[in-house]
Design a protein around this ligand. Structure first.
Ligand SMILES: Nc1nc2c(ncn2[C@@H]2O[C@H](COP(=O)(O)OP(=O)(O)O)[C@@H](O)[C@H]2O)c(=O)[nH]1
Ligand SMILES: [Mg+2]
Length: 212
């Protein structure tokens, strides 16, 4: 419980999932964001893992519970439990490996199949430090994001480019949609009063793009 509770503050908890092919840098994006760490040696994660990271928006504590796959993506076996309740998603590919970009459509389908609510989605072209061996252009990433209605950023978990921005943009978007919804609905107001923790999301409206 946050200290805010005594003062009647609201608390928000949003589940965000990171998906994409194996070795695109999902685990490193999360460790860079949550702990400012980078691991040059890819390690298979054991068990489903999430990390919780807080940020303050409008003076309120907003917590993101960010889930990382346990390496099941290698076997195309990410379970529905992984997606359950997610209100945000980062769909990651590696700009130096085209096959990982080709898989984005499949990941979007899977996300859609398993989510029961609208999800704030961001397409992430990771490893943008590898400019010399780039295999997917910025334009291609941008145009896919536009056609699918996704936010888009290129990131580098290695040199930290845009990592914080990418996560925070998704978190803010979820928050904005929730507060808009709350403002307009007595049901949501009641829910807020009773539970203090809400995990809802409404439609994504803006699509700012950021590049390396
Ligand atoms: N050059 C570069 N390598 C990265 C970056 N992010 C991750 N890697 C490397 O890519 C490999 C796979 O990363 P990992 O986070 O385990 O990928 P995951 O399977 O998607 O979780 C590791 O060797 C990382 O060190 C990045 O932004 N730039
Ligand atoms: Mg991983």
């Amino acid at each position: 419980m946050s200290s805010d509770d005594e003062g009647g503050g609201e608390e928000y908890l949003f589940k965000i999932v990171i998906i994409g092919d194996s070795a695109v840098g999902k685990s490193n994006l999360l460790s860079r964001y949550a702990r400012n760490e980078f691991n040059p040696h890819s390690k298979a994660t054991i068990g489903v893992e999430f990390q919780t990271q807080s940020m303050e928006i409008d003076g309120k504590e907003v917590k993101a519970q960010i889930w990382d796959t346990a390496g099941q993506e290698r076997f195309r076996a990410v379970t529905s439990a992984y997606y359950r309740g997610a209100v945000g998603a980062l769909i990651v590919y590696d700009i130096s490996r085209r096959t990982t970009f080709d898989s984005v459509g499949r990941w979007l389908d899977e996300l859609k199949t398993h989510s029961d609510t609208t999800v704030a989605r961001m397409l992430v072209g990771n490893k943008c430090d590898l400019e010399s061996i780039r295999d997917v252009s910025v334009e291609e990433g941008k145009s896919l994001a536009e056609s699918e209605g996704l936010f888009f950023m290129e990131t580098s978990a290695l040199d930290s480019t845009n990592v914080k921005k990418a996560f925070e943009l998704v978190i803010r978007e979820i928050y904005n949609n929730v507060s808009r919804k709350v403002l307009n609905s007595d049901t949501y107001k009641a829910e807020l009063t009773v539970n203090r923790v809400i995990t809802f999301i409404h439609k994504v409206k803006m699509r700012p793009s950021h590049f390396c």
